[in-house]
Write a protein that binds this ligand. Structure first.
Ligand code: SF4
Ligand code: SF4
Length: 106
């Protein structure tokens, strides 16, 4: 299981000293592709799906693909972090979407 980066949504964190996803990945697994200026994952098998990069991206360009044992291919789970809550968006393979909100207190 690993993350998927949508290069159309990703801005490469232009203007930042370091891209947020790269800065916060605890495994140092993300790096910038010198040709595109956008990130890629160096080793998918080393990613443990902590979702730190998913939460850190301000443009919702990274998502976690659920393994087929849990949900068929293309199902995804995406968190969006707000000051006082995290909103989790679950999409299944039939296009159904479920949203869960967790209050974090801010
Ligand atoms: S999910 Fe966690 S370990 Fe995997 S690339 Fe993102 S921040 Fe790194
Ligand atoms: S944090 Fe998001 S926008 Fe910034 S480089 Fe990473 S994927 Fe792209």
């Amino acid at each position: 299981m690993s993350v998927k980066i949508d290069l159309n949504l990703c801005t490469g964190c232009a203007g930042q000293e370091e891209a947020f996803c790269i800065k916060y990945c605890p495994g140092d697994l993300l790096a910038i592709d010198k040709e595109t200026g956008k990130p890629y994952i160096r080793s998918e098998r080393d990613c443990w799906d902590c979702m730190v990069c998913v939460k850190a991206c301000p443009f919702e360009a990274i998502e976690t693909r659920l393994p087929y044992q849990l949900a068929s291919y293309k199902a995804s789970l995406k968190p969006k972090v707000y000051k006082e809550k995290i909103v989790w968006k679950l999409n299944d393979i039939n296009g159904r979407e479920e949203i869960y909100e967790l209050q974090t207190g801010g």
